[in-house]
Write a protein that binds this ligand. Structure first.
Ligand SMILES: [Zn+2]
Length: 469
Protein backbone atom coordinates (compact mmCIF):
# COMPACT_ATOMS: atom_id res chain seq x y z
CA UNK A 1 0.00 0.00 0.00
CA UNK A 2 1.15 3.50 -0.79
CA UNK A 3 -0.59 6.43 0.83
CA UNK A 4 0.05 10.03 -0.14
CA UNK A 5 -1.48 13.30 0.98
CA UNK A 6 -1.73 16.56 -0.96
CA UNK A 7 -2.86 19.84 0.54
CA UNK A 8 -4.75 22.24 -1.66
CA UNK A 9 -7.02 25.13 -0.86
CA UNK A 10 -7.86 24.17 2.68
CA UNK A 11 -8.34 20.48 2.16
CA UNK A 12 -6.20 17.42 2.44
CA UNK A 13 -6.60 14.84 -0.30
CA UNK A 14 -5.54 11.25 0.33
CA UNK A 15 -4.67 8.85 -2.43
CA UNK A 16 -4.20 5.13 -1.92
CA UNK A 17 -2.31 2.88 -4.29
CA UNK A 18 -2.55 -0.86 -3.91
CA UNK A 19 0.54 -2.97 -4.27
CA UNK A 20 0.61 -6.21 -6.21
CA UNK A 21 -1.08 -8.81 -4.04
CA UNK A 22 -3.46 -6.36 -2.42
CA UNK A 23 -7.11 -6.79 -3.28
CA UNK A 24 -10.20 -4.60 -3.36
CA UNK A 25 -11.58 -6.87 -0.65
CA UNK A 26 -10.25 -6.10 2.80
CA UNK A 27 -10.92 -6.75 6.46
CA UNK A 28 -11.59 -4.18 9.17
CA UNK A 29 -10.04 -4.69 12.63
CA UNK A 30 -13.47 -5.70 13.95
CA UNK A 31 -13.63 -8.50 11.38
CA UNK A 32 -16.06 -6.86 8.96
CA UNK A 33 -15.29 -7.62 5.31
CA UNK A 34 -15.24 -4.52 3.13
CA UNK A 35 -14.72 -3.69 -0.52
CA UNK A 36 -12.87 -0.65 -1.78
CA UNK A 37 -14.79 1.59 -4.21
CA UNK A 38 -12.27 4.23 -5.20
CA UNK A 39 -8.78 5.43 -4.40
CA UNK A 40 -9.11 9.01 -3.23
CA UNK A 41 -10.91 10.94 -0.54
CA UNK A 42 -10.55 14.32 1.06
CA UNK A 43 -10.75 15.95 4.45
CA UNK A 44 -11.71 19.61 4.73
CA UNK A 45 -10.55 21.40 7.85
CA UNK A 46 -11.98 24.71 9.05
CA UNK A 47 -9.94 27.59 7.72
CA UNK A 48 -9.21 29.53 10.85
CA UNK A 49 -7.61 26.91 13.06
CA UNK A 50 -3.95 27.83 13.16
CA UNK A 51 -0.80 26.60 14.90
CA UNK A 52 -0.57 29.83 16.88
CA UNK A 53 -3.91 29.19 18.55
CA UNK A 54 -3.49 28.88 22.27
CA UNK A 55 -5.92 28.01 25.00
CA UNK A 56 -9.25 27.95 23.29
CA UNK A 57 -9.38 26.57 19.79
CA UNK A 58 -9.35 29.07 17.03
CA UNK A 59 -12.38 27.84 15.19
CA UNK A 60 -14.75 30.67 14.58
CA UNK A 61 -18.33 30.47 13.50
CA UNK A 62 -17.24 31.88 10.16
CA UNK A 63 -15.47 28.63 9.45
CA UNK A 64 -18.39 26.63 10.74
CA UNK A 65 -20.82 28.48 8.52
CA UNK A 66 -18.91 27.34 5.48
CA UNK A 67 -20.04 23.72 5.76
CA UNK A 68 -21.69 21.85 2.96
CA UNK A 69 -20.02 23.69 0.13
CA UNK A 70 -17.10 21.41 -0.55
CA UNK A 71 -18.25 19.94 -3.81
CA UNK A 72 -16.86 22.61 -6.10
CA UNK A 73 -13.36 21.96 -4.91
CA UNK A 74 -14.01 18.24 -4.68
CA UNK A 75 -15.02 18.10 -8.33
CA UNK A 76 -11.43 18.53 -9.42
CA UNK A 77 -10.41 15.03 -8.47
CA UNK A 78 -6.90 14.25 -9.55
CA UNK A 79 -7.82 11.20 -11.56
CA UNK A 80 -11.03 11.13 -13.47
CA UNK A 81 -11.13 7.37 -13.65
CA UNK A 82 -13.06 5.36 -11.15
CA UNK A 83 -10.42 2.66 -11.28
CA UNK A 84 -8.27 2.02 -8.24
CA UNK A 85 -4.70 3.13 -8.79
CA UNK A 86 -2.03 0.48 -8.78
CA UNK A 87 1.58 1.11 -7.97
CA UNK A 88 4.19 0.90 -10.63
CA UNK A 89 3.62 4.35 -11.97
CA UNK A 90 2.67 5.62 -8.56
CA UNK A 91 6.01 6.55 -7.08
CA UNK A 92 6.56 9.66 -9.17
CA UNK A 93 3.23 11.05 -8.08
CA UNK A 94 3.94 10.18 -4.47
CA UNK A 95 7.30 11.94 -4.59
CA UNK A 96 5.68 15.08 -5.95
CA UNK A 97 3.24 15.52 -3.11
CA UNK A 98 5.97 15.35 -0.49
CA UNK A 99 7.38 18.72 -1.39
CA UNK A 100 4.40 20.22 -3.15
CA UNK A 101 2.01 20.35 -0.26
CA UNK A 102 4.47 21.82 2.17
CA UNK A 103 5.07 24.74 -0.13
CA UNK A 104 1.64 25.32 -1.56
CA UNK A 105 -0.49 25.31 1.55
CA UNK A 106 -2.00 28.65 2.34
CA UNK A 107 -4.40 28.37 5.28
CA UNK A 108 -2.82 29.15 8.61
CA UNK A 109 -0.62 26.19 9.36
CA UNK A 110 -3.12 23.57 8.26
CA UNK A 111 -0.64 22.36 5.67
CA UNK A 112 2.14 21.78 8.20
CA UNK A 113 0.99 18.56 9.81
CA UNK A 114 3.49 16.24 11.44
CA UNK A 115 4.23 13.26 9.17
CA UNK A 116 3.26 10.83 11.94
CA UNK A 117 -0.19 12.41 12.05
CA UNK A 118 -0.56 12.19 8.29
CA UNK A 119 0.49 8.54 8.41
CA UNK A 120 -1.93 7.81 11.24
CA UNK A 121 -4.79 9.55 9.46
CA UNK A 122 -4.05 7.63 6.27
CA UNK A 123 -3.94 4.36 8.15
CA UNK A 124 -7.43 4.85 9.59
CA UNK A 125 -8.59 4.77 5.97
CA UNK A 126 -6.13 2.33 4.38
CA UNK A 127 -5.68 -0.36 7.02
CA UNK A 128 -8.31 -2.86 5.77
CA UNK A 129 -6.54 -3.31 2.43
CA UNK A 130 -2.84 -3.10 3.32
CA UNK A 131 -0.76 -6.26 3.25
CA UNK A 132 2.87 -6.49 4.33
CA UNK A 133 3.98 -2.89 3.93
CA UNK A 134 2.82 0.68 3.70
CA UNK A 135 4.82 3.45 2.08
CA UNK A 136 4.00 7.01 3.08
CA UNK A 137 5.09 10.13 1.25
CA UNK A 138 6.97 11.59 4.24
CA UNK A 139 9.36 9.91 6.71
CA UNK A 140 7.71 8.71 9.92
CA UNK A 141 9.27 8.41 13.35
CA UNK A 142 10.88 5.13 14.44
CA UNK A 143 8.32 4.80 17.23
CA UNK A 144 5.42 4.97 14.80
CA UNK A 145 7.10 2.46 12.50
CA UNK A 146 7.55 0.13 15.47
CA UNK A 147 3.85 0.45 16.32
CA UNK A 148 2.95 -0.57 12.76
CA UNK A 149 5.30 -3.52 13.00
CA UNK A 150 4.23 -4.79 16.40
CA UNK A 151 0.54 -4.13 15.83
CA UNK A 152 0.03 -5.37 12.30
CA UNK A 153 3.29 -6.96 11.17
CA UNK A 154 3.46 -4.14 8.64
CA UNK A 155 6.72 -2.61 7.42
CA UNK A 156 5.97 1.10 7.39
CA UNK A 157 8.22 3.81 6.07
CA UNK A 158 10.25 5.62 5.09
CA UNK A 159 11.57 5.97 8.64
CA UNK A 160 13.51 9.01 9.72
CA UNK A 161 11.26 11.54 11.41
CA UNK A 162 11.12 12.63 15.01
CA UNK A 163 8.17 11.98 17.35
CA UNK A 164 5.53 14.59 18.14
CA UNK A 165 3.59 15.48 21.25
CA UNK A 166 0.81 17.82 22.33
CA UNK A 167 -1.00 18.80 25.48
CA UNK A 168 -4.75 19.29 25.10
CA UNK A 169 -7.56 16.74 25.04
CA UNK A 170 -10.18 17.06 22.29
CA UNK A 171 -13.41 15.10 22.06
CA UNK A 172 -14.47 13.23 18.95
CA UNK A 173 -18.09 14.34 19.10
CA UNK A 174 -20.87 12.66 17.13
CA UNK A 175 -23.74 14.12 19.13
CA UNK A 176 -24.97 10.73 20.33
CA UNK A 177 -25.51 10.08 24.01
CA UNK A 178 -22.10 8.52 24.57
CA UNK A 179 -20.01 11.36 23.17
CA UNK A 180 -22.38 13.92 24.70
CA UNK A 181 -21.72 12.30 28.08
CA UNK A 182 -17.99 12.75 27.51
CA UNK A 183 -18.56 16.37 26.51
CA UNK A 184 -20.64 16.97 29.63
CA UNK A 185 -17.87 15.51 31.78
CA UNK A 186 -15.16 17.65 30.19
CA UNK A 187 -16.78 21.08 29.71
CA UNK A 188 -13.59 22.83 28.60
CA UNK A 189 -12.52 20.32 25.98
CA UNK A 190 -12.98 21.28 22.32
CA UNK A 191 -15.33 19.12 20.25
CA UNK A 192 -14.40 17.89 16.79
CA UNK A 193 -17.34 16.76 14.70
CA UNK A 194 -16.98 14.55 11.63
CA UNK A 195 -19.47 15.35 8.91
CA UNK A 196 -20.04 13.11 5.90
CA UNK A 197 -20.14 14.89 2.56
CA UNK A 198 -20.66 13.44 -0.92
CA UNK A 199 -17.87 11.96 -2.97
CA UNK A 200 -17.42 13.30 -6.50
CA UNK A 201 -17.20 9.82 -8.04
CA UNK A 202 -19.70 7.92 -5.94
CA UNK A 203 -23.44 8.53 -6.16
CA UNK A 204 -24.98 9.12 -2.74
CA UNK A 205 -27.82 6.65 -2.39
CA UNK A 206 -27.91 7.14 1.35
CA UNK A 207 -29.62 10.51 1.60
CA UNK A 208 -31.62 9.27 4.61
CA UNK A 209 -28.40 9.65 6.62
CA UNK A 210 -28.73 13.27 7.76
CA UNK A 211 -25.19 14.35 8.51
CA UNK A 212 -26.35 17.95 8.00
CA UNK A 213 -28.81 17.64 10.89
CA UNK A 214 -26.18 16.14 13.16
CA UNK A 215 -23.70 18.90 12.29
CA UNK A 216 -26.31 21.58 13.02
CA UNK A 217 -27.06 20.01 16.40
CA UNK A 218 -23.34 19.92 17.24
CA UNK A 219 -23.08 23.63 16.47
CA UNK A 220 -26.04 24.36 18.72
CA UNK A 221 -24.24 23.02 21.77
CA UNK A 222 -22.61 26.40 22.20
CA UNK A 223 -19.35 24.57 22.76
CA UNK A 224 -16.06 25.05 20.96
CA UNK A 225 -16.98 22.87 17.97
CA UNK A 226 -14.75 22.24 14.98
CA UNK A 227 -16.60 20.62 12.09
CA UNK A 228 -14.54 18.52 9.72
CA UNK A 229 -16.01 17.42 6.41
CA UNK A 230 -14.95 14.31 4.57
CA UNK A 231 -16.10 11.91 1.88
CA UNK A 232 -13.86 9.11 3.14
CA UNK A 233 -16.84 6.88 3.96
CA UNK A 234 -17.54 6.50 0.27
CA UNK A 235 -14.31 4.54 -0.17
CA UNK A 236 -16.39 1.58 0.97
CA UNK A 237 -18.36 0.02 -1.85
CA UNK A 238 -19.73 -2.62 0.48
CA UNK A 239 -21.36 -3.29 2.77
CA UNK A 240 -22.30 0.43 2.55
CA UNK A 241 -20.58 3.79 3.01
CA UNK A 242 -18.95 4.02 6.39
CA UNK A 243 -15.66 4.41 8.17
CA UNK A 244 -13.07 2.05 6.66
CA UNK A 245 -11.88 1.64 10.26
CA UNK A 246 -13.87 2.98 13.20
CA UNK A 247 -10.89 5.23 13.91
CA UNK A 248 -11.42 7.18 10.68
CA UNK A 249 -14.00 9.28 12.53
CA UNK A 250 -10.96 10.90 14.17
CA UNK A 251 -9.31 11.94 10.90
CA UNK A 252 -10.08 15.59 11.57
CA UNK A 253 -8.74 15.47 15.12
CA UNK A 254 -5.60 13.79 13.82
CA UNK A 255 -4.98 16.36 11.08
CA UNK A 256 -5.75 19.23 13.47
CA UNK A 257 -3.65 17.87 16.34
CA UNK A 258 -0.69 20.15 15.66
CA UNK A 259 -2.82 23.22 14.97
CA UNK A 260 -4.83 22.65 18.16
CA UNK A 261 -1.91 21.33 20.26
CA UNK A 262 -3.73 18.07 20.94
CA UNK A 263 -2.18 15.41 23.13
CA UNK A 264 -5.14 13.05 23.20
CA UNK A 265 -8.53 12.28 21.67
CA UNK A 266 -11.47 11.35 23.85
CA UNK A 267 -14.19 9.06 22.45
CA UNK A 268 -17.59 7.97 23.70
CA UNK A 269 -16.97 4.22 23.66
CA UNK A 270 -18.64 2.79 26.73
CA UNK A 271 -18.20 -0.50 28.57
CA UNK A 272 -20.07 -2.51 25.95
CA UNK A 273 -17.88 -1.33 23.08
CA UNK A 274 -14.63 -1.40 25.01
CA UNK A 275 -14.90 -4.38 27.37
CA UNK A 276 -17.88 -6.55 26.42
CA UNK A 277 -16.87 -7.24 22.86
CA UNK A 278 -18.34 -4.38 20.91
CA UNK A 279 -21.85 -5.78 21.01
CA UNK A 280 -22.49 -6.07 17.31
CA UNK A 281 -19.59 -8.38 16.60
CA UNK A 282 -18.98 -10.64 19.56
CA UNK A 283 -20.45 -11.20 22.96
CA UNK A 284 -17.65 -11.80 25.41
CA UNK A 285 -15.29 -10.08 27.79
CA UNK A 286 -12.65 -8.40 25.65
CA UNK A 287 -9.77 -6.96 27.69
CA UNK A 288 -7.55 -7.03 24.61
CA UNK A 289 -10.03 -5.25 22.34
CA UNK A 290 -7.85 -4.56 19.28
CA UNK A 291 -9.63 -1.33 18.45
CA UNK A 292 -9.93 0.43 21.79
CA UNK A 293 -7.65 -1.09 24.41
CA UNK A 294 -4.70 1.11 25.33
CA UNK A 295 -2.29 -1.74 24.70
CA UNK A 296 -3.85 -2.91 21.44
CA UNK A 297 -2.48 -2.12 17.98
CA UNK A 298 -4.58 1.01 17.53
CA UNK A 299 -4.02 2.23 21.06
CA UNK A 300 -0.27 1.92 20.64
CA UNK A 301 -0.30 3.54 17.20
CA UNK A 302 -2.22 6.60 18.41
CA UNK A 303 0.06 6.88 21.45
CA UNK A 304 3.14 6.71 19.23
CA UNK A 305 1.77 9.68 17.27
CA UNK A 306 1.46 11.67 20.51
CA UNK A 307 -2.31 11.38 20.43
CA UNK A 308 -3.37 8.59 22.79
CA UNK A 309 -6.97 7.37 22.74
CA UNK A 310 -8.90 8.30 25.86
CA UNK A 311 -12.16 6.58 26.81
CA UNK A 312 -13.63 8.63 29.67
CA UNK A 313 -16.84 6.54 29.77
CA UNK A 314 -15.17 3.20 29.03
CA UNK A 315 -16.11 1.93 32.48
CA UNK A 316 -19.83 2.68 32.42
CA UNK A 317 -22.77 1.33 30.45
CA UNK A 318 -24.83 2.97 27.72
CA UNK A 319 -27.60 3.47 30.24
CA UNK A 320 -25.28 5.54 32.39
CA UNK A 321 -23.89 7.59 29.49
CA UNK A 322 -27.48 8.30 28.50
CA UNK A 323 -28.35 9.31 32.05
CA UNK A 324 -25.35 11.61 32.11
CA UNK A 325 -26.03 13.13 28.69
CA UNK A 326 -29.76 13.68 29.23
CA UNK A 327 -29.07 15.17 32.62
CA UNK A 328 -26.65 17.69 31.17
CA UNK A 329 -27.06 21.02 29.45
CA UNK A 330 -26.42 19.21 26.15
CA UNK A 331 -29.72 17.36 26.51
CA UNK A 332 -31.50 19.20 23.70
CA UNK A 333 -28.69 18.52 21.23
CA UNK A 334 -28.30 14.80 21.93
CA UNK A 335 -29.33 12.78 18.88
CA UNK A 336 -28.60 9.09 18.30
CA UNK A 337 -30.90 8.68 15.29
CA UNK A 338 -29.09 9.24 11.99
CA UNK A 339 -32.30 9.70 10.01
CA UNK A 340 -34.36 12.26 11.82
CA UNK A 341 -34.64 15.85 10.65
CA UNK A 342 -34.52 19.15 12.51
CA UNK A 343 -37.72 18.37 14.38
CA UNK A 344 -36.48 15.23 16.09
CA UNK A 345 -35.47 11.56 15.79
CA UNK A 346 -37.36 9.44 13.23
CA UNK A 347 -38.84 7.07 15.82
CA UNK A 348 -38.94 4.26 13.25
CA UNK A 349 -35.38 2.95 12.90
CA UNK A 350 -33.68 0.18 14.85
CA UNK A 351 -31.46 2.67 16.64
CA UNK A 352 -34.48 4.64 17.83
CA UNK A 353 -36.07 1.44 19.14
CA UNK A 354 -32.94 0.26 20.95
CA UNK A 355 -32.21 3.65 22.50
CA UNK A 356 -35.84 4.17 23.52
CA UNK A 357 -35.61 0.94 25.50
CA UNK A 358 -32.55 2.26 27.31
CA UNK A 359 -34.02 5.71 27.91
CA UNK A 360 -37.25 4.25 29.24
CA UNK A 361 -35.20 2.06 31.57
CA UNK A 362 -33.14 5.00 32.78
CA UNK A 363 -36.32 6.98 33.40
CA UNK A 364 -38.13 3.94 34.87
CA UNK A 365 -41.16 4.48 32.62
CA UNK A 366 -43.01 2.54 29.90
CA UNK A 367 -41.61 2.70 26.37
CA UNK A 368 -42.95 5.30 23.99
CA UNK A 369 -42.83 3.72 20.56
CA UNK A 370 -45.16 2.87 17.72
CA UNK A 371 -42.87 0.08 16.56
CA UNK A 372 -44.43 -3.36 17.00
CA UNK A 373 -42.83 -6.79 17.27
CA UNK A 374 -43.72 -7.69 13.70
CA UNK A 375 -41.71 -4.81 12.21
CA UNK A 376 -38.40 -5.70 10.49
CA UNK A 377 -36.42 -3.45 12.86
CA UNK A 378 -37.76 -5.48 15.81
CA UNK A 379 -37.18 -8.91 14.29
CA UNK A 380 -33.94 -9.75 16.04
CA UNK A 381 -35.52 -9.25 19.46
CA UNK A 382 -37.98 -12.05 18.70
CA UNK A 383 -35.09 -14.52 18.49
CA UNK A 384 -33.19 -16.08 21.40
CA UNK A 385 -30.01 -14.36 22.64
CA UNK A 386 -27.17 -13.58 22.27
CA UNK A 387 -27.93 -10.04 21.10
CA UNK A 388 -25.70 -7.16 20.17
CA UNK A 389 -25.56 -4.83 23.14
CA UNK A 390 -27.15 -7.56 25.21
CA UNK A 391 -26.20 -5.99 28.53
CA UNK A 392 -28.45 -3.05 27.67
CA UNK A 393 -31.29 -5.31 26.54
CA UNK A 394 -31.05 -6.99 29.93
CA UNK A 395 -31.02 -3.62 31.67
CA UNK A 396 -34.03 -2.44 29.67
CA UNK A 397 -36.03 -5.60 30.25
CA UNK A 398 -35.29 -5.40 33.97
CA UNK A 399 -36.38 -1.80 34.39
CA UNK A 400 -39.08 -0.92 31.86
CA UNK A 401 -42.62 -1.26 33.29
CA UNK A 402 -44.88 -3.23 30.93
CA UNK A 403 -41.99 -4.77 28.96
CA UNK A 404 -44.38 -7.64 28.08
CA UNK A 405 -46.31 -5.23 25.86
CA UNK A 406 -43.28 -4.10 23.85
CA UNK A 407 -41.21 -5.56 21.00
CA UNK A 408 -38.81 -6.77 23.71
CA UNK A 409 -41.35 -9.08 25.38
CA UNK A 410 -39.78 -12.23 23.95
CA UNK A 411 -36.26 -11.09 24.79
CA UNK A 412 -37.36 -10.41 28.36
CA UNK A 413 -38.67 -13.96 28.63
CA UNK A 414 -35.38 -15.37 27.40
CA UNK A 415 -33.13 -13.15 29.51
CA UNK A 416 -35.01 -13.13 32.83
CA UNK A 417 -33.05 -10.07 33.92
CA UNK A 418 -33.87 -8.29 37.17
CA UNK A 419 -32.85 -4.98 38.75
CA UNK A 420 -30.50 -6.99 40.97
CA UNK A 421 -28.93 -8.94 38.10
CA UNK A 422 -28.27 -5.73 36.17
CA UNK A 423 -27.12 -3.46 38.99
CA UNK A 424 -23.49 -3.83 37.90
CA UNK A 425 -24.45 -1.76 34.83
CA UNK A 426 -24.93 1.29 37.04
CA UNK A 427 -21.38 1.40 38.35
CA UNK A 428 -17.92 2.00 36.87
CA UNK A 429 -15.53 -0.82 35.99
CA UNK A 430 -12.23 0.23 37.64
CA UNK A 431 -9.78 -1.07 35.00
CA UNK A 432 -11.36 1.35 32.50
CA UNK A 433 -10.12 4.27 34.58
CA UNK A 434 -6.70 2.71 35.05
CA UNK A 435 -6.40 2.62 31.27
CA UNK A 436 -6.82 6.40 30.92
CA UNK A 437 -3.53 8.25 30.38
CA UNK A 438 -2.21 9.61 33.67
CA UNK A 439 -2.68 13.29 32.95
CA UNK A 440 -6.47 12.95 32.60
CA UNK A 441 -7.07 10.00 34.90
CA UNK A 442 -7.64 11.92 38.11
CA UNK A 443 -10.37 14.08 36.58
CA UNK A 444 -12.23 11.08 35.20
CA UNK A 445 -11.79 9.03 38.36
CA UNK A 446 -13.31 11.81 40.46
CA UNK A 447 -16.36 12.07 38.21
CA UNK A 448 -16.85 8.30 38.12
CA UNK A 449 -16.65 8.06 41.91
CA UNK A 450 -19.09 10.91 42.38
CA UNK A 451 -21.67 10.01 39.72
CA UNK A 452 -21.62 6.20 39.69
CA UNK A 453 -19.26 4.68 42.22
CA UNK A 454 -16.98 1.79 41.40
CA UNK A 455 -17.86 -1.86 40.98
CA UNK A 456 -17.21 -4.26 43.83
CA UNK A 457 -15.53 -7.62 43.25
CA UNK A 458 -18.81 -9.32 42.42
CA UNK A 459 -19.67 -6.75 39.76
CA UNK A 460 -16.18 -6.97 38.31
CA UNK A 461 -16.68 -10.69 38.00
CA UNK A 462 -19.88 -10.08 36.04
CA UNK A 463 -17.88 -8.03 33.54
CA UNK A 464 -15.01 -10.45 33.33
CA UNK A 465 -17.20 -13.51 32.83
CA UNK A 466 -19.49 -11.78 30.31
CA UNK A 467 -20.49 -14.06 27.44
CA UNK A 468 -19.01 -17.07 29.18
CA UNK A 469 -22.25 -18.34 30.60
ZN1 LIG B 1 -34.44 6.83 14.08
Amino acid sequence: MRASWAFEEGLWRLRLRLDAGEELAGTVTDGQRVELATDTCHVRLPRSTGPTATGRTATGSAAIGRTGTGSAAIGRTATGSAAIGRTGTGSAAIGRTATGSAVNGSAAGLDSVHPDLLALAAWTVAAPWAVGRVVFDRPISPDLAEAFHSGWGIEAGPVGGTPRSGTRLAISYSGGADSAAVAAMLPDAPLIHFRRVSHPRIPNRWTHYRSDVLAALAEKTGRDVTPVESDLEFLLRSPRPGYPEHHAVMVGAILLADAMDLGGVALGYEIGSRWLGGGRYVHRFTPDNPMWSGHGPWGRLFAAAGLPLVLPVGGISEAMTMRLALGSELRDQVRWCLRGDGSGPCGRCGKCLYKELIQAAVERRPMRTTITADRPVARKWQQPPPYGGQEMIEYGCAHVPGIEDTPFARAAEYLKATPESTRWLERCYPPAVEEIPARWRGTIETIMAREFGFMEAGDVKRVESWGGR
